[in-house]
Design a protein around this ligand. Structure first.
Ligand code: GRG
Length: 292
C-alpha cells in the first residue's frame, strides 16, 4: 500500500467510527432514518473534505482530537448533497458510491429526509466540541454554514440546474467554485481557524481554490474517459444531458494542462505557509491523477 493510500484508509476508519457516533436515533420508531443516514455516509467515499480539514488543522499545530467532529460534520453535509443530488428531481442517478443511491434503497421520501437530517445533525455534532475555544468554533461553524448555503454549494447547484451563464468559461468556473469548490475551501479554512492559523487563511483559500477547480476538471475528464466500475457511477452523463463542461469547452488536452498548472499553484501555497505540509502537497498530486 502506498503512503497516501495508508493515510486515506486511516482516515476512512476514523470517519466510519465518528459517523457511527454522530448518527443516532433516540427512538427506534424512526430508526429507519438513522439506517438511511448511515447507508449514505459510512463505508463510502474518498473522505477528501475531512482529510483536508484535519491535515490543515495539523499543519497549523492543532492538537484537539475533537477537531474530528468538524471533519465528520463536513462529510455529513457533503453526503447530504449527494443524496439530494441523486434524487429524480435533480440528477436522477440510480447509483452512488458503487451501490443503489439512497432514494433507490429507501424511497424518495426517506431520501429527502435523510439529506435534511444529515445537514442538521452535522451542525449539532460540530457544535458539541468542548475543548476548542468557543470563538474558534463559532467562526468555523459560520464558515461551514456559509459554504453549504445560498452563497456556496446550494447557490452553485441552482446555477447548474438552471444552466445560468454556463455557456462561458467564466460562468462555468463560477458555478464550479460554488457547487464543488465552496465545501472543499471550507475544509481548509476550518482546519486553519480551529487551530488559530488565521493570519495564513488566504494561503489556505488559494490552495483549496486551485485544488477545487482541478478536482472538478478531473471529474469532467473522468465522465469522458473514466471507468464505471472504479467510479461507482455511470460515465457519459454530461454528454447525455448536453452539459457544458471544462472538457467540452476547452478539450481534453487543455483540461489536462490546466489540472497540472492548478496543482503546481496549490503546492506553492503550502510551501508559502511553511511547516510540514508534505502530505497536503502529495494529496494535491494524488487528486490530480485520481481515476475514481
Ligand atoms: C443538491 C444541495 C444539493 C447540492 C448538490 C455537490 C453537489 C451539489 C452535488 C454533488 C454532485 C456532483 C457530482 C458534484 C460535483 C462535485 C463532486 C465531484 C462531488 C463528488 O465528490 P467526491 O468525489 O465524492 O468527493 P465521494 O463519493 O468520494 O465522497
Amino acid at each position: 500500500m502506498s503512503k497516501i493510500d495508508g493515510v486515506m484508509s486511516y482516515y476512512a476508519e476514523l470517519l466510519n467510527a465518528e459517523l457511527n457516533k454522530a448518527i443516532i436515533a433516540d427512538n427506534n420508531d424512526y430508526g429507519i432514518l438513522a439506517e438511511a443516514m448511515k447507508y449514505s455516509t459510512i463505508d463510502g467515499g474518498k473522505r477528501i473534505r475531512p482529510i483536508l480539514l484535519l491535515e490543515f488543522y495539523k499543519l497549523f499545530g492543532g492538537k484537539s482530537a475533537e477537531a474530528v467532529k468538524f471533519a465528520t460534520a463536513l462529510e455529513m453535509i457533503h453526503s447530504y448533497s449527494l443524496v439530494h443530488d441523486d434524487l429524480p428531481c435533480m440528477d436522477n442517478d440510480d447509483f452512488r458510491r458503487g451501490k443503489p443511491s439512497c432514494h433507490k434503497a429507501y424511497g424518495e421520501n426517506i431520501a429527502v429526509l435523510t439529506g435534511d437530517a444529515l445537514l442538521t445533525s452535522a451542525f449539532e455534532y460540530a457544535s458539541s466540541v468542548t475543548d476548542i475555544s468557543p470563538e474558534r468554533v463559532i467562526k468555523a461553524i459560520n464558515i461551514l454554514a456559509s459554504a453549504a448555503g445560498i452563497n456556496g454549494m446550494v447557490g452553485g447547484q441552482v446555477l447548474d440546474i438552471l444552466s445560468i451563464n454556463l455557456d462561458t468559461a467564466e460562468g462555468l468556473k463560477k458555478m464550479y467554485a460554488l457547487k464543488t469548490g465552496a465545501l472543499l475551501k471550507s475544509a481548509a479554512m476550518i482546519g486553519c481557524v480551529l487551530a488559530g492559523g488565521d493570519e495564513k487563511i488566504e494561503h489556505c483559500q488559494r490552495y483549496a481554490d486551485a485544488l477545487g477547480l482541478a478536482f472538478q476538471i478531473v471529474d469532467d475528464m473522468l465522465d469522458v474517459i473514466g471507468d464505471e466500475s472504479k467510479l461507482g457511477k455511470p460515465v457519459g452523463s454530461d454528454e447525455k444531458n448536453d452539459k457544458l463542461t471544462f472538457v467540452s469547452i476547452f478539450g481534453m488536452e487543455k483540461a489536462k494542462q490546466t489540472v497540472i498548472d492548478l496543482t503546481v499553484d496549490a503546492k506553492n501555497c503550502i510551501d508559502e505557509i511553511g511547516g510540514n505540509g508534505e502530505f497536503l502537497k502529495d494529496f494535491a498530486d494524488y487528486l490530480a491523477s485520481r481515476t475514481f
